[in-house]
Design a binder for this molecule. Structure first.
Ligand code: SAM
Length: 259
């Protein structure tokens, strides 16, 4: 199959995310960094946000932005998401709480008018991996941050994506090679077509380094039993405690823009 182009990826994924937005309402948002993963309450990666300006890439339903406002005292919120449906949810959710936020409908690998050298914190919770152009997205993150500003993102661990539970043999098996990178068309939630961008962990880490940001911390999360429901102990679920005990569901990176 010929490699999918940026425009094709965006159009398939935008349509897909508009269809599945309601399934993810508030699901992957701070204080959670990811499914069955360590939380901000345990990791304390975010320091005092008094008088601080924050931007979230892939802000979804706005729950992370609300957390940064209500619990961390951020003074200005900006968010970007390419799904009209997600931005509609975010507007509704934040308006109900009278939380002001500047929201953009755009892909995170383009700048729809976000100011440069302006943000104390850029966040992306379970969204960065969706970008069709990782190096350019990280160059934008670098440009948005003030010198000394912090970038924190979390994403599904690339090894976790390779493993699947085979019910016939009762074991986890590698379904695909960890080493194979690139966009792949998949039928996902509710059978909706979506393009997953497979990348190795080192691809993320090296892209952050190449953007000029300095990595302060990389976390490969332990399973978080306190987030687990009864069904999460079933090994054949995509996110399950048995699989999370073998490998992290999530990795988290904290980096900063040098002064
Ligand atoms: C798992 S959700 C993250 C939700 C968010 N952390 C929250 O607090 O609700 C992933 C989000 O990434 C968005 N997304 C996917 N590809 C994108 C892209 N290229 N540019 C911007 N947003 C994108 C989706 O629309 C979706 O809202």
């Amino acid at each position: 199959m010929p490699e999918l182009k940026r425009e094709e990826i965006l159009s398939i994924n935008q349509k897909g995310w508009n269809e599945v937005a309601s399934i993810f309402y508030g699901e992957t948002a701070l204080p959670k960094y990811g499914p069955l993963a360590s939380t901000e309450n345990e990791l304390n990666l975010i320091q005092n946000l008094d008088d601080k300006r924050v931007l979230e890439l892939g802000c979804g339903s706005g729950h992370t932005l609300a957390y940064l406002w209500e619990k961390m005292n951020a003074s200005e919120l900006w968010g970007l998401d390419f799904s009209e449906e997600q931005i509609r949810f975010a507007k509704e959710f934040l308006d109900k709480k009278s939380i002001p936020a500047k929201l953009f409908i755009a892909s995170m690998d383009e700048n729809p008018g976000i100011p440069e050298d302006c943000f104390d914190l850029v966040m992306s919770i379970y969204s960065l991996g969706w970008t069709p152009d990782l190096p350019h997205t990280l160059a934008l993150v670098y440009s948005y941050l003030k010198p000394g500003g912090i970038f924190i993102f979390s994403w599904e661990h690339p090894v976790y994506q390779c493993l699947d539970y085979n019910v016939n043999i009762g074991k986890y098996v590698f379904e695909r090679s960890y080493l194979e990178e690139g966009p792949t068309l998949k039928s996902s939630w509710k059978g909706v077509e979506i393009v997953i961008n497979h990348r190795k962990l080192s691809t993320y880490i090296n892209a952050v380094i190449q953007s000029g940001l300095v990595i302060e911390n990389v976390i490969e999360s332990e399973p978080n039993f306190s987030l687990a429901l009864e069904q999460d102990f079933s090994p054949d679920r995509w996110y399950s405690i048995p699989q999370a005990q073998l490998m992290p569901t999530t990795f988290i990176v904290k980096a900063y823009k040098p002064k």
